[in-house]
Design a protein around this ligand. Structure first.
Ligand SMILES: [Zn+2]
Length: 238
């Protein structure tokens, strides 16, 4: 009779380092994505626009304590989106300290958690990694060069949406003094894979979006460098 949306919901938490088809959402309109990052415990103050998929690109907490993580997950779970995707950031120590089993226990069934792993929504291959270049031994810090490259090597060549906590070199990565803080190894990998969209946060002062080399780059940091809410969620459609 009518060929309206056919929506197949799923329950899933991706923790393992491979791409798994967990999701099929078929409908006849574009998917609307809402990207946020670096909310650092201030999630309750956010007003989010409507959309199909909500993505948080890491740094949900200040110190990565379990209580902060639970507080965030309680809020995230309630947000009205078909799919909610989360990666950790360098503040979110809980996710590095605890075992996958423990994290899986804490995660609500409605949240997709990516850690050098991926999922597929409407044929879009989505990959997420919490890793950032070494900076005073924060969570998921790796030394630039081979140490960090090992993580980027895991990104599948056909990734459509790449989520990493940190930016790549020379794109939405300028610190307060104007220095480029992004990852050169990630720059190389992104130019090899050429995803449709790259989402990051981490460098709060580099919030924004830009399109180049056929790739949409978003730095979705919600807080500014003084940890005040100054920036809006970034919306895109595919
Ligand atoms: Zn960060």
């Amino acid at each position: 009779m009518n060929s309206g949306p056919i929506i197949k919901k799923f329950t899933g938490k991706v923790l393992c380092p491979k791409l798994e088809i967990l999701v099929t959402l078929k409908n006849n309109h574009n998917l609307k994505f809402v990207a946020i990052a670096d909310t650092h415990g201030k999630h309750y103050q956010l007003k989010l626009p409507k959309g199909d998929v909500l993505i948080h690109a890491g740094d949900i907490s200040m110190k990565g304590e379990e209580s902060e993580i639970i507080d965030f997950l309680n809020w995230f779970e309630l947000q009205d989106y078909e799919f909610k995707i989360l990666i950790a950031g360098n503040h979110d120590f809980y996710f590095e300290r605890e075992s996958d089993e423990q994290i899986a226990k804490l995660l609500p069934n409605t949240i997709i958690y990516l850690k050098d792993s991926g999922t597929i929504i409407n044929e879009y291959k989505i990959w997420g990694s919490p890793v950032t270049p070494w900076f005073f031994n924060w969570a998921f810090n790796r030394h630039r060069g081979n140490d960090i490259k090992r993580h980027w090597d895991l990104i599948p060549g056909d990734t459509d949406i790449l989520i990493t906590h940190g930016p790549m070199f020379r794109t939405l990565d300028k610190g307060v003094k104007g220095q480029h803080l992004g990852c050169k190894d990630l720059f190389d990998k992104i130019h090899e894979v050429k995803p449709k969209v790259h989402i990051c946060g981490h460098i709060h002062e580099a919030y924004g979006n830009i399109e180049k080399s056929g790739i949409k780059f978003l730095n979705a940091s919600i807080l500014n460098e003084k940890y005040e809410i100054t920036n809006s969620p970034i919306i895109f459609e595919l």
